[in-house]
Design a protein around this ligand. Structure first.
Ligand SMILES: Nc1ncnc2c1ncn2[C@@H]1O[C@H](COP(=O)(O)OP(=O)(O)O)[C@@H](O)[C@H]1O
Ligand SMILES: [Mg+2]
Length: 318
């Protein structure tokens, strides 16, 4: 038997999305073709302790299936860079930019990619403002209040009054010193998968998250998981094309590599598209919307894994 490629599947970690990460990792471990790959699980515990001191001679490539801070934000990617170990997915800068909702919006705006109207402020600015209300005066209700650096809807609130806003801002400051307040839009939620290298990435068919209730909160993402997805999303051709083009432009704007999932708001009244965010390590089980969108685009889950590992090795070789 020829030498199999040793793939370190890195999962768990200090993030609130620890359990989600373990599910994604299990799916990757299950689906990695056994003839070509030797999968080695590397589970970081909730305190951030690694089970092993990773070294170049222990694995050929690392597949980080970590979500949120300390995993999806460039920190682990930087660690792997210093160790000289090739890894799947976006590099340090793209991961960091995509984890910060303010930095991400700046990158999108600079490239003319539409985002919802928003304002942001620091904890210091909020606490010392003589009239905090004036900070959000350019926006209408409802508004979404978000910590700049999080994921999985944690720390996010939908608010419809100044009183709710104040409470929501304090909650968000529990997660980050920077808070983003966005204009809420009544919209359908669409996603588009991106896969590939820096220069010739491809976009999947779009999918739709059929959100129940006002918005896709933590509860509906992970607790009452009644949310369904429609792949491909049922959309006019023009919207399909716009979604795919914007997903590729967003990937380019952050300097994406390997994979990402672009999330959109598709406004019901106006038909406008807004880029909501880009996730550099989206939920990654075989049943995830990212994998589903690629399956519907002709790339089955095990092939997706192969492609991502090949891309990691190509970048590692440069
Ligand atoms: N401006 C907005 N208008 C309408 N809904 C929003 C807006 N921003 C966020 N949401 C709702 O909140 C959810 C989570 O927001 P998002 O920015 O994607 O945060 P996370 O990174 O935690 O997923 C979205 O999926 C959507 O349901
Ligand atoms: Mg989201």
């Amino acid at each position: 038997m020829t030498q199999r490629l040793r793939v370190g599947v890195l999962a768990g970690g200090r993030s609130a999305e620890h359990d989600v990460s373990l599910q994604s990792a299990e799916a990757v471990l299950d689906a990695l073709p056994k003839d070509a790959y030797e999968a080695i699980p590397i589970i970081i515990d909730r305190e951030g302790r690694w089970p092993v001191d990773l070294r170049r001679d222990l694995v050929d490539v690392v597949f980080p299936v970590l979500h949120g801070p300390f995993g999806e934000d460039g920190v682990v990617q930087g660690h792997l860079e210093t160790l000289g170990i090739p890894y799947v997915g976006c590099g340090v800068l793209a991961s960091a930019v995509a984890m910060d909702k303010v930095a991400m919006r700046r990158a999108f705006l600079a490239e003319g990619i539409p985002v919802t109207p928003h304002v942001w402020f620091t904890r210091h600015e909020w606490r010392t403002a003589t009239d905090p209300e004036s900070l959000v005066k350019s926006l209408d209700w409802p508004m979404f209040v978000k910590p700049a650096n999080m994921g999985s809807s944690i720390g996010i609130s939908r608010v419809t009054s100044m009183e709710e806003l104040r409470t929501a801002v304090e909650l968000a400051f529990g997660y980050d010193r920077v808070v983003l307040v966005e204009q809420g839009v009544d919209a359908r939620e669409l996603i588009c998968g991106v896969l590939g290298d820096y220069d010739t990435p491809q976009a999947s068919v779009p999918g739709e998250i059929n959100v129940i209730g006002d918005w896709n909160d933590y509860e509906s993402k992970y607790v009452n998981t009644a949310t369904t997805v429609t792949i491909p999303a049922v959309l006019p051709d023009r919207v399909v094309e716009d979604v795919r083009e914007l997903a590729l432009r967003a990937y380019r704007a952050i300097g994406g590599y390997g994979l990402s999932r672009a999330d959109f708001l598709y406004e019901r009244d106006t038909g406008r598209l807004y880029l909501l965010e880009i996730n550099t390590m989206p939920g990654f089980t075989a049943r995830s919307v990212y994998a589903g969108a690629w399956a519907a685009s002709g790339v089955a889950y095990p092939d997706l894994l192969r492609r991502l590992i090949d891309l990691a090795l190509e970048r590692g070789a440069r």
